[in-house]
Design a protein around this ligand. Structure first.
Ligand SMILES: Nc1nc2c(ncn2[C@@H]2O[C@H](COP(=O)(O)OP(=O)(O)OP(=O)(O)O)[C@@H](O)[C@H]2O)c(=O)[nH]1
Ligand SMILES: [Mg+2]
Length: 469
């Protein structure tokens, strides 16, 4: 390999991610690699100690390798050292001086971390220089950039922390252009812009024009995957809603049995929603453990305890049906024993009168003969609305979330959404009369019609859901 031109046929493009310590280098890698588990991220200096790579693939092949590096900590002292090194040798250029430094003992002692970084930059096609734009521009930063310039590789500055309340972006832009660095990318690794990839790799392509076609392919491939993930997420939510809407549990008419069956119904619905959450997390590359550790304890608590509570409904702005017992909207129950409606003599905890009427109107007559002497429990409309709104919110929040995010997902006010009131979407109404469509109920059958209804509902969720950015 030629020291100045580290290229080679089909080999992946290598990009070193460098910068002062604690500026978010590892976080940027996590975001670009969509891998919340990459490396170690902490709000303290010298977190990354070794060079570590993450590959970005297209069709299973690595197109780009990103190299995380330790933070530069002592560029000022290293430049002084390099100047002294230059004095007692032949007159050389910056690149030759860096190469000479890498052969000295100091490169494995006092400047060990800096040497690792510079070696990786020389072994790469380009470097991303990550900047914490909350910092003032200091001598040490100029020295870091001067060292990088000596490595004879294109450098793309990445302005990180741009969403922070106090930044010094104009001062940084000014300082960078004085150093001849005019192509700059703005990024916030925690709240990355929707077109962040396209911007970053697009600017990189301007610095590495021979590599522009494969960088373009990479961007297109990532955009395609983003669209596919969004469609898949809507399908995951739609399938859960159909399973829940179609679910019917038949219970003997006595109150004790009804209560047991109602508990089962609730548990089944909760478990089904939890599965939906797990599937969405996996789809977007977030781990369940990331969530319980970092992000969603509050959310999980709500999943476990509040799905059937009035507070949860109010919070999402779902109107409870007329007559829903205060503090509880659970399943609708039809007491078929009496050929009419009953609240189970008031003992069905949280039975929803609104739901009862709906259910009776729809199935009462037809089912009476079949299930005489039985009670039938279904999930109330208000619960379906709540599930739809919550999962729609989650899928949008995950689509937006960067893989370097450390804070719990923030609950946002849910925009006015047609799912809150008015008629339930037609696919959900249709599922009501197909108990066999529920994969969590008895006698499940996955028919072509069920699939078509899931597709229709997914499309409907796509119309309602806020776009990811
Ligand atoms: N708000 C915000 N926080 C960020 C951003 N980027 C990184 N952080 C936080 O900054 C801290 C340092 O991030 P790291 O990714 O570990 O930084 P690093 O440059 O790899 O650090 P070293 O490996 O120690 O050199 C962590 O607490 C991150 O969560 C950002 O864009 N916005
Ligand atoms: Mg790091």
């Amino acid at each position: 390999m030629n020291a100045l031109h580290p290229s080679g046929g089909d080999a992946p493009l290598r990009v070193a991610v460098v910068g002062h310590t604690n500026t978010g280098k590892t976080s940027l890698l996590r975001t670009l690699a969509r891998d919340a588990a990459f490396g170690e991220v902490a709000d303290s200096p010298s977190t990354t100690q070794h060079v570590e790579a993450a590959a970005l693939l297209v069709d299973g092949r690595a197109v780009l390798e990103l190299y995380d590096t330790p933070g530069l900590e002592d560029a000022v002292a290293l430049r002084d050292y390099l100047e002294r090194l230059g004095e007692d040798g032949p007159r050389t250029d910056g690149f030759a001086r860096i190469e000479r430094f890498l052969g000295t003992r100091e490169a494995s002692l006092r400047f060990e971390q800096e040497a690792k970084v510079l070696r990786q930059v020389i072994a790469s096609h380009a470097a991303l220089y990550v900047i914490d734009v909350r910092d003032p521009v200091l001598e040490k930063h100029r020295d870091e950039l001067a060292l990088l310039a000596d490595c004879a590789r294109p450098v793309l500055p990445v302005l990180n922390f741009v969403a922070a309340p106090q930044t010094r972006i104009p001062a940084w832009r000014e300082a960078l252009s004085r150093l001849g660095l005019h192509a700059v990318v703005s990024f916030d690794t925690v709240a990355p812009p929707a077109d962040g990839d396209a911007q970053l790799f697009g600017k990189l392509a301007t610095l590495l024009d021979a590599e522009a076609p494969r960088l373009r392919r990479l961007v297109e491939d990532r955009e395609r995957h983003q669209a596919q993930r969004r469609e898949a997420s809507m399908r995951i939510v739609a399938e859960m809603l159909i399973d829940v809407a179609a679910l019917r549990v038949t219970s003997p008419p006595d109150d004790a049995a009804s209560q047991t069956h109602e508990r089962r119904l609730r548990d089944a619905v909760r478990a089904r929603e939890a599965r939906c959450v797990t599937e969405l997390l996996a789809l977007y590359g977030f781990r369940a453990s990331d969530v319980s550790e970092l992000a969603l304890p509050d959310w999980q608590a709500r999943l476990e305890h509040d799905l059937f509570s009035a507070a949860a409904l109010t919070e999402m702005g779902v109107e409870m049906g007329k007559g829903v017992a205060a503090g509880a909207a659970a399943g609708a129950a039809v007491d078929l024993a009496t050929g009419g409606l009953s609240l189970g003599a008031g003992t069905l905890v949280g039975a929803a009168v609104g739901g009862l009427w709906q259910t009776a109107e729809r199935f009462g007559g037809r089912l009476l003969g079949q299930f005489r002497g039985m009670r039938e429990l279904t999930v109330d409309d208000a619960i379906l609305r709540l599930l739809a709104l919550r999962q729609q919110w989650l899928m949008t929040a995950l689509a937006r979330r960067g893989h370097a995010a450390q804070q719990p997902l923030q609950r946002e006010a849910v925009a006015d959404d047609p799912l809150r009131k008015g008629a339930l979407p037609a696919p959900l109404r249709e599922a009501r009369s197909h108990p066999e469509w529920s994969a969590i109920g008895a006698n499940h059958q996955d028919t072509a019609r069920r699939q078509a209804v899931i597709t229709a509902l997914a499309g409907r969720l796509g119309e309602n859901a806020p776009s990811p950015n």
